[in-house]
Design a protein. Structure first.
Length: 161
């Protein structure tokens, strides 16, 4: 076998080796293994992606608590996100570190927290629900009755797009 043929054959053998899964694919796989919803998966992957891009595409394995703190503070100060949004971002990043990278983090300190607005819960009374469902007809009424009676989310009663 000539030297060129040997190099070609070595190249073929090297290309048959499975490539390690990309980080976001590993996050998706970990979420699916836990049977989380598609929306949870989309949110978590989105926050991990934003975290990585915020730090100029550094790999999260090279970063730690201080970078997470910087990102969360940026969300609260520069992007003016709600407290629940900041908490969702933190949850996604913690999932990445604990479940995908297998790394426990120390306390994340120095984070400027987004302010939580004071709101009263908006809950319909039984009479209001009765009036609302009574005004509906056809398939929308059936979906409304199913949502209310079973305590489902809207996307759990609608067909997948």
């Amino acid at each position: 076998m000539t030297q060129t043929a040997a190099h070609r054959q070595a190249g073929i053998a090297a290309s048959n080796k499975p490539q390690p899964a990309k980080l976001l694919d590993r996050v998706r796989a970990a979420i699916r293994a836990r049977h989380y919803s598609l929306r949870t998966e989309e949110a978590c992957v989105g926050w991990v992606r934003r975290f990585i891009h915020f730090h100029n595409k550094r790999h999260p394995a090279e970063m730690g608590e201080s970078e997470i703190s910087q990102f969360l503070t940026h969300l609260a100060v520069a992007e003016n996100v709600a407290a629940s949004t900041q908490n969702q971002a933190l949850s996604g990043i913690l999932f990445l570190y604990q479940e995908v990278l297998g790394r426990d983090l120390d306390r994340i300190e120095g984070v400027l927290r987004a302010k939580t607005p004071v709101r009263l819960p908006a809950v319909l009374t039984r009479e209001e629900v009765r009036n609302l469902l009574g005004a509906m007809t056809g398939p929308p009424k059936l979906v409304g009755l199913l949502l209310y009676g079973a305590g489902l989310r809207l996307l759990e009663a609608l067909p997948c797009a």
